[in-house]
Design a protein around this ligand. Structure first.
Ligand code: ATP
Ligand code: MG
Length: 242
């Protein structure tokens, strides 16, 4: 199947013609412009590749927290994944874009992949806070396993001030109660909500390994993503450090 060109010169937003490249993403660039209080979710990740675990988790958090939409934010240069070869950012973005296309409450943003250098969540949240008016509340959605390392992030306290944090639990990555309490009470991180999503024990690591060894990933990723992986020949070889 054909994939649309990346970064088209113009985008059609709800009811209007957008002549320039979106700042965050086409569907939600104008979120909050009406002055109404709204909540926007941000789902960061490497998405190498995006899978049904990411999508189901985002959808369930969107519903549970009354979010207007969820913006998927593929990392440009994920510093925490150095040491293994991460797939080209454009290919990861293409897969995310294709995977979210049929859900009007989802969109994909190029914000992190268009920024040079390492990807830090705090920089992304600062950029989003500068873009959106105050009536837009940001919810940063992350697997509890990833959020567990929040205290290692650069400017973790500021991350907690810029957005509410939603830690989604998934099988095999449980966080004990003491750690949860610590995350909730540490420094500026006052807004960590734990959310138990319907369990999907799929991971990108497992999917890459499946493709490499010639096994099926059907139903574990959207069909458009499976087609893209096949067409581009992704993950056929073992990952090598970049
Ligand atoms: P990898 O195995 O390469 O680390 P991953 O499957 O963990 O990939 P990431 O891109 O690292 O995917 O994850 C992006 C975010 O989605 C992280 O916050 C991660 O914790 C969360 N996440 C990943 N898989 C799931 C899942 N099955 N259910 C809920 N959250 C998930
Ligand atoms: Mg991961």
């Amino acid at each position: 199947m054909a994939f649309p060109d990346r970064a088209p010169a113009s985008h059609i937003a709800a009811g209007s013609i957008r002549a320039s490249k979106p700042v965050v993403c086409a569907r939600f660039d104008d979120a909050g412009a009406c002055g109404k209080r709204i909540r926007l979710g941000i789902m960061g990740g490497t998405f190498d590749p995006i899978h049904v675990g990411h999508l189901a988790c985002a959808e369930q958090v969107r519903e549970a927290f009354g979010l207007e939409g969820v913006i998927f934010m593929p990392a440009g240069d994920p510093w925490m994944k150095r040491g293994r070869g991460v797939t080209d950012a454009e290919a990861r973005f293409d897969m995310v874009k294709a995977a979210v296309a049929d859900n009007p409450r989802f969109d994909a943003s190029r914000l992190e992949i268009d920024r040079c250098g390492k990807t830090y969540t705090v920089d992304t949240l600062r950029a989003l806070r500068a873009h959106y008016p105050e009536n837009v509340e940001l919810y940063f959605i992350s697997g509890a396993d990833a959020l567990q390392h929040i205290l290692e992030w650069r400017d973790a306290d500021e991350v907690g001030r810029l957005a509410r944090l939603v830690a989604v639990t998934r099988p095999g990555y449980e966080i004990d109660d003491a750690r949860k309490r610590y995350m909730r009470t540490h420094g500026g991180i006052r807004h960590v909500s734990m959310f138990e999503a319907t369990a999907l024990a799929v991971s990108s690591t497992d999917l890459r390994e499946k493709v490499r060894s010639g096994r099926s990933i059907r139903y574990l990723v959207p069909q458009v993503v499976a087609d893209y992986i096949e067409q581009q020949g992704l993950y056929r070889e073992a990952c090598r450090p970049a």
